[in-house]
Design a protein around this ligand. Sequence first.
Ligand code: PLP
Length: 289
Amino acid sequence: MVRQAGPVDDQRRVAVWRDGGAVAVPADEPVVTAFDQGLGRGDGVFESVAVLRRGTPHLDAHLARMATSAALLELVDPGPTAWHALVDAVLADWPDDVEGVCRLFLTRGLGDGLPPTALALLAPVPEETVRQRTEGISVVSLGLGVPADFRQQAPWLLGGAKTLSYAVNMAAQRHAHHLGVDDVVFTSLEGQLLEGPTSTVVWAGGGALRTPPLETGILPGTTVARLFARAAAAGWRTSVSWGTVADLHAADAVWLVSGVRGAAPVHTLDGVRRGDAGLTGPIRELLAR
Ligand code: PLP
């Protein structure tokens, strides 16, 4: 069978860490063995980094979280110099005007004390992501089945680590799609708000921008951290708050925020239409600075 490299393939980049250096390879070249523990067990961590005008303005925040995730999995992180070299390798001939998503993967490799696998991928931001950012999203709340305070006392559940084991997160999004809905807000066993499968929940309510606490085992979002720091500097009240789906229904506005999609306004929650009180524009301006 002859495979034709289409326009999308032309816009994909891969670089892999080999023998102490970053090596750019053709996008369709195999870069991990079939025995890689990342493939067989999802035993690894990753980051998705926004590429804007051929730059990665928020890379360092992602590398800091990558280091924390790696430590939680007892993985050897090759460190910021290696990651910067991998990112530079995939960005080398990337066009200025194509917004991209750069994925960094770190897996346990072959295990048994052998070096981890580290690689970087770069591809254009999918059109659907841009559509959701601009047009907003419908969301369904789904239970994750854990008590809100459980993952904090259960390090084996890897709360707070951005692991490659995203099968549950992807299944939740597929479940939402089967319901005709774009995305998901996970809730704890008691109904406390957690996060989205690939995003942080933010709502405006009671005169403050709010987001759930990290004690729930959610991922520390780099985007919400940036948003809240800039919002506070601009005079907004920000608050880490416990909340429920009822709080989201009562809120002035709700967003799912993440590095590549940005702040996606939630226009429908569990089948109920809602507005954003005109707050999405200012939120986007804060994030765009
Ligand atoms: N929570 C989860 C589970 C995620 O996968 C992501 C995004 O990758 C986020 C939150 C938001 O993180 P960030 O803002 O750093 O993209």
